[in-house]
Design a protein around this ligand. Structure first.
Ligand SMILES: [Zn+2]
Length: 139
């Protein structure tokens, strides 16, 4: 996942935002103190900031969470889409992993562009197994 909730400031942190590339130590400190949690299950997440994969957050403990088993392919597609949208609309209008109040979805919307008309982007994996696909569709 790319979004975590900072419980100290009660703000959303999107690790894809360029501001964090120079602030990794701050993110790591918050993570060590369990201040960063998953927006879905409220469990602490760690910062994964390696050389190969796009920086992201991961649950510290394995458990049932609707976004606990996202594939690297889905994550990568989401990051690419986010960066492309930011290049088009600016970072202040674009967010990732957005939950809509009053709308029951199986998982958050991948990317969201706010404006006079809002745009929701939801990435589907073609190799998604049928039961999961049905769960998304009925969500
Ligand atoms: Zn979670």
């Amino acid at each position: 996942m790319y979004k975590a909730i900072n419980q100290l400031t009660e703000t959303e942190i999107i690790i894809l935002e360029p501001t964090w590339s120079g602030n990794l130590e701050q993110l790591r400190r918050w993570s060590q103190n369990d201040a960063l949690v998953c927006q879905e299950c409220q469990q602490p997440v760690r910062v994964r900031a390696g050389e190969v994969r796009t920086w992201h957050f991961a649950h510290k403990h394995r458990q049932n969470c609707v976004i606990g088993n996202e594939s690297p392919q889905l994550l990568q597609a989401r990051a690419l889409l986010y960066r492309w949208l930011v290049s088009k609309f600016g970072s202040e209008r674009v967010t990732v992993e957005k939950r809509l109040p009053d709308v029951e979805l199986a998982r958050p919307i991948d990317c969201w562009v706010a404006g006079e008309v809002n745009f929701a982007y939801w990435i589907f994996e073609t190799n998604l197994k049928p039961p999961n696909r049905d769960a998304v569709r009925s969500g």
